[in-house]
Design a protein around this ligand. Structure first.
Ligand SMILES: *Cc1c(COP(=O)(O)O)cnc(C)c1O
Length: 388
């Protein structure tokens, strides 16, 4: 189906039908599967014959989600997980061993930093954190035992853009792999494998669901490369539930439309915010004022749905804007039809010391909005209430 357009793949790829010929794809709530004979059971277990065995590692609802997402990312293979964090853990557990080294962007999801530093560090996998935007730092951090480069672009909450093609070249020159957490763009806006990355990781909890209902995750890449990632799933069991897979599979049908609408709202809001006297700085990759605007427009279809802005009045002013909203949801989540508003310095990045926050560029006046699908005029009015 690779010749078809993404809009078509999003509603057609991955469909499996039973003999009932249901139009809307079925939800397979079953933990195991039966075999026609002892010989069939043996053939399934030995791998001689493909097919479902046990839902820890095979379920048709999960398979449908995996195949549709693989089609959208242009990947040979997708392995689904219970959450985005499970997908990241499985990538490392499947592809790395003790004594190997990771280079990761400093501007990655907070739990991913904890996973690399505190969990994997205990098992002899060491991580060096570097600038998301300065490729020279990545090159300088390479070691003979570097196995994985890990990046998120755009970053959270500052929307910094990493050069995926340049990082892929650095990784491959050193015999390492590049993994991209594509959560913020989704395949509707950015396809890292086409830019040279080896692995794409998703927190499906965000835009892939898109309606804030379920947790899920996925790892995508080459068929052979992902075999040990699948083996980790099969043996350790961080499995995506059939129900969540079914919800995510349906979520993918509207992904393209949603991402375009999120982006259209976000760019209009960003342009409007730039004109507000109380706002000292707006960070949105779709704005010409963004430091990596050109790179963003080369590797993404649009600027995406996340807008960050800084208030000159610091924490007090930021909280006034947040508390002045009546429509937006005050929550740290993102990728929802409903706009969410966050004060990173006291929530997602609240456990950092003031020095660490300053080094990361997270000021007390910073506000992050994950722009939803409400009418943009209502969103402007909602922010204007506290922008004094
Ligand atoms: C939320 C998030 C994750 C973690 O995903 P969960 O589904 O919450 O486990 C990883 N990366 C990014 C960029 C995220 O936003």
């Amino acid at each position: 189906m690779t010749a078809l357009h993404p809009e078509t793949l999003a509603v057609r790829a991955g469909t499996l039908r039973t003999e009932i010929q249901e139009h809307s794809e079925a939800l397979f709530l079953t933990s195991s599967f039966v075999f026609k004979s002892a010989a069939e059971a043996a053939a399934r277990f030995s791998g001689a014959e493909p097919g479902n065995i046990y839902a820890r590692f095979t379920n048709p609802s999960v398979t449908m989600f995996e195949q549709r997402l693989a089609a959208l990312e242009g990947a040979e293979r997708c392995v689904a997980f219970a959450s985005g964090m499970a997908a990241i853990l499985a990538t490392v557990m499947g592809l790395m061993k003790a004594g190997e080294h990771v280079i990761a962007s400093r501007a990655i999801f907070g739990s991913t930093v904890q996973l690399f530093s505190n969990v994997l560090g205990k098992f002899g996998v060491e991580t060096t954190f570097v600038s998301p935007t300065d490729t020279a730092e990545w090159r300088a951090a390479l070691r003979p035992n570097t196995r994985l480069l890990f990046v998120e672009s755009p970053s959270n909450p500052l929307t910094e853009i990493s050069d995926i093609r340049a990082l892929a070249d650095i990784a491959h020159g050193a015999g390492a792999l590049l993994a991209v957490d594509n959560c913020f763009c989704s395949p509707a806006l950015q396809r890292p494998l086409a830019l040279g990355a080896d692995i794409v990781i998703h927190s499906a909890t965000k835009y892939l669901d898109g309606q804030g209902r379920v947790l899920g995750g996925a790892v995508l890449g080459g068929r052979e490369l992902l075999e040990p990632v699948f083996t980790f799933l099969r043996t350790a069991g961080p499995t995506l539930s059939a129900f969540n897979a079914w919800v995510l599979f349906k979520g993918l049908e509207t992904l393209d439309l949603r991402m375009r609408a999120h982006s259209a709202n976000a760019v209009e809001l960003a342009i409007w915010l730039e004109k507000q006297p109380a706002v000292s700085r707006v960070l949105y990759p779709g704005l010409a004022s963004h430091p990596q605007h050109e790179l963003a427009m080369r590797q993404q279809a649009t600027g995406g749905g996340i807008v960050a802005f800084e208030l000159a009045g610091g924490r007090e002013a930021a909280w006034r804007v947040i508390d002045g909203t009546r429509i937006m949801s005050i929550t740290a989540n993102l990728g929802d039809t409903r706009t969410t508003i966050t004060h990173p310095a006291t929530t997602t990045h609240g456990r950092l010391t003031p020095e660490q926050r300053a080094a990361a560029g997270i000021g007390d006046g910073l506000v992050r909005i994950a722009v939803g699908l409400e009418h943009v005029a209502d969103l402007k009015a909602d922010l204007a209430a506290g922008l004094v």
